[in-house]
Design a protein around this ligand. Structure first.
Ligand code: ZN
Length: 309
């Protein structure tokens, strides 16, 4: 059974019911996290510590969340998602009630602020990394390295149990007060970088996905990739959406002539013989037997050549 830490009996705090590890598995199978809220409208469905204690006693598989935000006495929780950032900043923060998360064992620092924080502040890494979005387009991603949780969010509380991993109270002090300006100051290096990035026009390695002004971005689809790599495939079947045939690399099996297909719109392919499927970039990787970054470089070259024509 999850026990409320004594610090949670601060009358300024409000709580929500979270499901347990497996108890609500079926209802929450679409949820990424097994400790999702049970009652969704927690602006209205929230409880004080005594009510929560009683409920946790009766529902021994379940967890609880602490609600942050201006409706809840300006509670914020600084939720670190990067050990490096935590090491850099933890000493700058006033001593307070701290819980380590079940997953990465990073700190949740609880504070009451003097002013409301309208919405949570995501703190992004200064260093970007090249990644591919859902549509197979390369993007520079800046990972979230911390969140300052406020309106509309909550955190799993101390002693919560996520698949046997516990949110541990690691500094059992009363929740401290902090000025919002101080919090903003501590994180300004990161939040200002985001502002600058948003103001600045896309430059450098991103330019290759953008064509000149006023023209829509055109990305290579699977059909383009076939042409550019000078592969073709022998077609066997088609319907409204897909064309099937022999994979240029894996060939075709005698028993199943529908084990390689490309969608007519070119956005998707599936090679059942190798088990590789997905975006045009993935197709290029499969055809040329190269890794992701080489594929991106190739696409870059083609993009440059095309714009020179
Ligand atoms: Zn194949």
């Amino acid at each position: 059974m999850v026990k409320l830490p004594s610090r949670m009996f601060d009358p300024r705090l409000r709580f929500i019911k979270l499901c347990g590890c497996d108890y609500f598995k079926d209802e929450f199978k679409n949820s990424k996290d097994s400790i999702a809220p049970i009652e969704l409208d927690y602006r209205h469905n929230n409880y004080n510590a005594l009510q929560m204690k009683t409920w946790l006693k009766r529902n021994s598989n379940n967890n609880y969340g602490v609600i942050t935000g201006s409706q809840f006495n300006n509670l914020i929780v600084i939720d670190f998602d990067s050990k490096e950032l935590q090491d850099e900043l933890y000493e700058l923060l006033p001593e307070t009630f701290v819980v380590t998360s079940a997953g990465k064992r990073l700190k949740h620092c609880y504070y009451f602020t003097d002013k409301p924080l309208e919405k949570k502040i995501p703190v992004k890494s200064l260093k970007g990394r090249l990644a591919v979005d859902k549509r197979g387009k390369p993007r520079i991603l800046y990972d979230t390295i911390a969140d300052i949780q406020s309106n509309g969010t909550y955190v799993a509380g101390g002693n919560c149990d996520r698949h046997g991993k516990i949110y541990e109270v690691c500094n059992d002090k009363p929740i401290a007060n902090i000025s919002l300006d101080y919090v903003r100051g501590v994180f300004s290096k990161w939040t200002n970088a985001v502002k600058k990035r948003n103001n600045k026009k896309m430059k450098g390695s991103l330019t290759f996905v953008r064509q000149k002004k006023n023209t829509e971005v055109k990305w290579f689809d699977c059909w383009d990739i076939l042409k550019l790599t000078r592969f073709s495939f022998q077609k066997t079947y088609m319907n409204n959406d897909f064309i099937w045939g022999a994979c240029p690399i894996c060939g075709i099996s005698k028993s199943n002539k529908k084990n390689f297909c490309i969608s007519k719109n070119g956005k998707f392919f599936n090679c059942e013989r190798s088990g590789v499927k997905g975006t045009p970039t993935k197709l290029l990787m499969h055809l040329e037997n190269i890794d992701f970054s080489s594929a991106i470089n190739k696409i870059k070259e083609w993009r440059v050549n095309e714009s020179n024509v």
